[in-house]
Design a protein around this ligand. Sequence first.
Ligand code: ZN
Length: 195
Amino acid sequence: MAKIISFECSRCGEKFVPQAKPTICPKDGGPLYVRYDLAEIRREACRPSVCNVPKSMWRYAAVLPDAEPVTLGEGFTPMLPSRKYARLLIKDEGLNPTGSFKARGMSAAITMLRHCGLKKLAAPSAGNAGGALAAYAAAAGLEAYVFMPKDVPIANRLEVEASGAHLTLVDGLISDCGRMVAERKERKAGSTSRR
Ligand SMILES: [Zn+2]
């Protein structure tokens, strides 16, 4: 498995040494890029086209979390030729397990969160991310809390509830949902040593 060289803030470019539980940039809250030793991967990794790898996103395990995957078969979606434009291929991400590209990120994120030992997960969502979180948390055996604006489409709500996540409908926008998650995180952090 290739080594992680650093985490790099996607906003300010600051680099951080790899740590056990990476979150976001402490300066500006920017999401962190994971920088791998690509030269080493180039030397050692086997090309998915010639190796016996899963037909999922995890065929690219060399640049994914070094942990037991939480997977529902995401990725490896078909490339469909456009009927209108020659040589244009359209990747059908609707065939992912939770119906959108969010399944990819959630598979990687929850793999890492379970690996880090977290038990309760929470996220604001106005659509597909909530359903993906609920489904992947269920697959990982973790508890999920999803905060959605109350006018979110019924399909998104049902997807969250069908996977057994705790759904809170908020009289506000996605930003209000995000603020609620942050506030409750602070309260939980204050009352227990571990979330
Ligand atoms: Zn930053």
